[in-house]
Design a protein around this ligand. Structure first.
Ligand SMILES: C[S@@+](CC[C@H](N)C(=O)[O-])C[C@H]1O[C@@H](n2cnc3c(N)ncnc32)[C@H](O)[C@@H]1O
Length: 333
């Protein structure tokens, strides 16, 4: 396995000061049919490294907040585990995973291939009522591919200009999408899907030792972040999630926005944290927080530290504020 080049632990001594680069997601096989807000394609190399080298060898991966499910699908297609348990509470997204598990992936693929997409045809299709689960799944894919940012939450609307001004069609790649569904057919019997509260499923499997969890909750810790705009279900008892993680007998990896609230919960529960660079949907480089019980294996990766923050010290004698940088001693996270 090709690992990212390790950087010196003391870059200031070796002159190696280039910041670690985010993963180039174009190099990662895109197996999910979703274009998912908060999708974790950029996390795939780190997840692979963790799962492939995990001892004892994990049998089951549980994804309690599955969304577009890229991590579960990677684990299946790359045989990193024998089974996955995917959980999602949103009924539109749940319809897709349920249909795949029920053997309708090929039906959805053919539906995609035969659909003549215009704004009118999409509106006519998604406003049909009394549809069954696989039709609802097809509607979800249509909405996910034609709504701004792939966002299904209330308040989302059709893509106006899209890629290169192609408007509503700019994210509709019928052959590629159909191929992803045809491929899903081959792993469907290794997926268990639950439309349920992810916290309940964590609790149910918490005492199993051969299970690993990839936990990617909606980011609303601190009450302010993007999760509220992106997902229909964004409220979560984050403190309960951290408490449940403590009870896990297997192992877990959790990703969060790099916020003070998330870091403080991780510290209170005595978990370790690392920062990892990623590019957001606007191509800006940001850091996300990885939380786990023992993340020492991540120390082989280029280190990312919290940005330096400035603070003021008032010197008693002079009463003159002096600007200092917290970077003078290495920040810990
Ligand atoms: C950050 S997204 C997950 C993205 C996913 N890792 C991916 O790569 O596409 C969080 C997901 O959790 C779902 N969700 C929110 N609350 C939930 C709950 N209590 N139980 C299960 N799923 C929930 C949201 O609908 C959303 O799809």
């Amino acid at each position: 396995m090709k690992l990212p080049k390790q950087r010196s632990l003391f870059p200031e001594l070796s002159g190696d000061l280039s910041p670690p680069k985010p993963v180039n997601v174009a190099c990662i096989p895109q197996r999910s049919p979703f274009r998912y807000p908060g999708g974790k394609t950029w996390f795939v190399p780190t997840f692979r490294d963790w799962a492939a080298n995990h001892y004892p060898e994990p049998k089951i991966l549980i994804e309690p907040f599955a969304g577009g499910g890229i991590i579960s699908l990677t684990a299946l297609f790359e045989n990193l585990v024998s089974r996955v348990v995917m959980v999602e509470i949103d009924e539109d997204i749940a319809a897709v995973w349920q249909s795949v598990v029920d053997g309708h992936a090929e039906w959805i693929a053919n539906k995609i291939l035969s659909f003549d997409l215009t704004k009118e045809s999409v509106v006519a299709e998604i406003t049909k009522s009394n549809v069954d689960t696989r039709e609802k799944a097809f509607h979800t894919i249509l909405k996910n591919r034609t709504f701004h940012g792939g966002i299904l939450a209330e308040g989302s609307g059709f893509l106006k200009y899209g890629e290169n001004g192609k408007g509503i069609k700019s994210r509709w790649y019928p052959t590629t999408l159909a191929k992803r569904f045809f491929n899903l057919k081959h792993v469907a019997d290794r997926i268990s899907f639950h439309k349920e509260d992810g916290l309940k499923v964590i609790q149910r499997y918490s005492q199993h030792r051969d299970v690993i969890f990839f936990i990617d909750p909606p980011y609303t810790a601190g009450g302010k972040r993007a999760g509220k705009r992106l997902y229909r279900h964004f409220t979560l008892d984050h403190e309960q999630l951290f408490t449940l993680c403590e009870s896990i007998k297997g192992d877990f990896l959790m990703t969060y926005d790099n916020t003070d609230e998330a870091k403080s919960m991780a510290r209170n529960h005595r978990f370790q944290m690392r920062l990892i660079p990623m590019k957001n949907t606007h191509h800006a480089t940001m850091e996300e927080l990885v939380i786990g019980r023992d993340l020492s294996w991540m120390d082989r990766y280029p280190a990312v530290h919290e940005p330096l923050t400035e603070y003021n010290i008032v010197c008693k004698k002079e009463r003159v504020p002096k600007k200092c940088s917290s970077g003078q001693s290495k920040p810990r996270h």
